[in-house]
Design a protein around this ligand. Structure first.
Ligand code: FAD
Length: 470
């Protein structure tokens, strides 16, 4: 009898869960792999990674991602397959989606016309951009395209094409909020790929070429979430796998070759021998795990990470005197005591807080020290920063009813990232049975991460390795 092909997925965030789901689904549907066995190991005591919803006392609290912007449809398709489509719900429509907070107070920032990240032409009607800034943006079609195809920073790309004011007044606060890290170091190719492509094709970002925000051509694409929180997706993926196929509180420590097989050694000392490993963790964790394969380890780039701490705070309605008439605000340059943005969660989504209460969440970039698992060593310090912010921005002086603190490392795609990942993938083709997935490589949005999990699963299926084993 031929041995059963065994697949180990390391990391139970969205990427690892998606890969495991796809691989186990294909196992039951496809004769070729009908006998393969998939095991997922997750270091922490819960699955989902940065999909982390807490449901408590009528609140739906998002510790990590709270929504997605549907561009390519991966989340909706996956939800459909998992029987979760009924939970998809749009964010509340507000005439102003977000404010920028500066010395003058709140300035409408993301309003009609969509996001300047997907649609730079919206800058011309963006109230947060000064008249001089708009005049410079109008000159953009005259700016010659860059001849060399080398990567550059997001800051350099935006300043060169759209001007310094558009960068400072609009993109800097926005990109600082979306991507970890300093836009002066972030890769334009990896984070603003559609816009970089428009320039490479000789187009203008504001003459419609940058209207990539959604395929239907409407100015403002919806923002979607799951009514019971983003963890619903992770829970449904988990539910689709066998009970014994997911091992939480199990950290993979080393991955190496032995007698023609991969061996995944856990921190408990237990070893899983397998034919395929899908590594769905940060690049830093991958480098650690591959320390016995030094030449492979060296081809995994050091993707640095930025720390973000999320503080959710619940208040009675009466604590907030200002109407919460947007999804929240971003702090402009020099504003905020380490807090970069605040989402007005109970205004952004329905049923996030009980009646007569509000839920706000602050993002702290200057994160308090954290332990190895990412929990802030001093959550009180994070709460104090958030309360200080809300006193300054919304004049909230009352103590919150309840607070929740979560802390994360998010990958920072530095200039040259796409090339380094392409080199890594080329190297991995020489190592049958070793695959990568996750936000460290080809995009950190929920859609991109699902794509990366699917891609890893497809690569496993298309490889000869399962056929050879069978
Ligand atoms: C605060 C915040 C808000 C966000 N908001 C949005 C949003 O609104 N929309 C959007 O599209 N995206 C958002 N994102 C991005 C998105 O949530 C993430 O990019 C995505 O969830 C990452 O999934 P992942 O599987 O790649 O990584 P992770 O979720 O980090 O999962 C990796 C898993 O691997 C485990 N692990 C690590 N090392 C080991 C090991 N050695 N052995 C076993 N397991 C290991 C970890 O414990 C973790 O569970 C947000 C991210 C954050 C942090």
């Amino acid at each position: 009898m031929t041995p059963t092909p065994r697949i180990v997925v390391v990391g139970g965030g969205l990427a690892g869960l998606t890969a495991a789901f796809r691989l186990s689904l294909a196992s039951s549907e496809n004769e070729k792999t009908a006998v393969s066995q998939v095991v997922l190991v997750e270091a922490s005591d819960r699955i989902g990674g940065k999909l982390c919803t807490e449901r408590s006392s009528g609140f739906v609290i998002e510790g990590g991602a709270d929504s997605w912007v549907p561009r390519t449809g991966e989340v909706e398709s996956l939800a459909e397959e998992l029987g979760l489509a009924h939970q998809i719900t749009p964010a509340v429509e507000c005439s102003v989606r977000a404010y920028r907070r500066d010395n003058r107070g709140f300035v409408p920032f993301l309003a009609e016309g969509g996001s300047p990240v997907g649609r730079p032409s919206s800058l011309l009607s963006n109230p947060a951009l000064s008249l001089l800034g708009r005049a410079r943006v109008r000159l953009e079609p005259l700016i010659p395209r860059r001849l060399k195809g080398e990567d550059e920073s997001v800051k350099s790309f935006i300043q060169r094409r759209l001007g310094g004011r558009a960068y400072r007044e609009v993109y800097e606060p926005l990109l600082g909020g979306i991507f970890g890290g300093d836009p002066g170091e972030l890769s334009a190719q990896a984070t603003l790929a559609p816009l970089v492509q428009v320039e490479a094709d000789g187009g203008s970002l504001i003459r419609g070429g940058g209207a990539q925000e959604n395929d239907k051509g409407t100015a403002r694409p919806p923002i979607l979430t799951f009514s019971e929180g983003m963890s619903s997706l992770a829970e449904a993926l988990r539910g689709s796998l066998g009970v014994n196929d997911v091992q939480t509180s199990t950290r993979a420590k080393r991955i190496f070759r032995d007698s023609g097989q991969w061996v995944v050694r856990m921190d408990t000392g237990v070893e899983e021998r397998c034919d395929v490993v899908v590594m769905a963790t940060s690049a830093c964790a991958v480098r650690d795990m591959l320390s016995e394969l030094t030449d492979v380890q060296q081809s995994v780039p050091e993707v640095p990470s930025a720390r973000t701490t999320v503080v959710n705070l619940a208040y009675p309605n009466s604590a907030v005197s200002r109407p919460l008439d947007a999804h929240g605000y971003l702090n402009g340059r020099g504003i905020g005591n380490g807090v970069s943005a605040c989402t007005w969660s109970s205004a952004k989504f329905r049923y996030r807080a009980p009646p007569n209460q509000v839920l706000l969440r602050c993002f702290i970039r200057v994160a308090p020290a954290a332990d190895k698992e990412g929990r802030p060593e001093n959550p009180e310090e994070a709460v104090a920063l958030a309360r200080d912010e809300l006193a300054g921005s919304l004049a909230i002086t009352k103590a919150p009813i309840q607070t929740w603190v979560h802390s994360w490392s998010v990958p920072v795609y530095r200039v040259g990232h796409a090339q380094r990942i392409s080199d890594l993938r080329a190297r991995l083709t020489e190592l049958p049975g070793l695959h990568l997935a996750g936000s460290a490589y080809d995009g950190a949005s929920i859609e991109a991460v699902i794509r990366s999990g699917m891609r890893a699963a497809t690569a496993v299926h298309n490889s000869d390795i399962l056929q050879e084993t069978l």
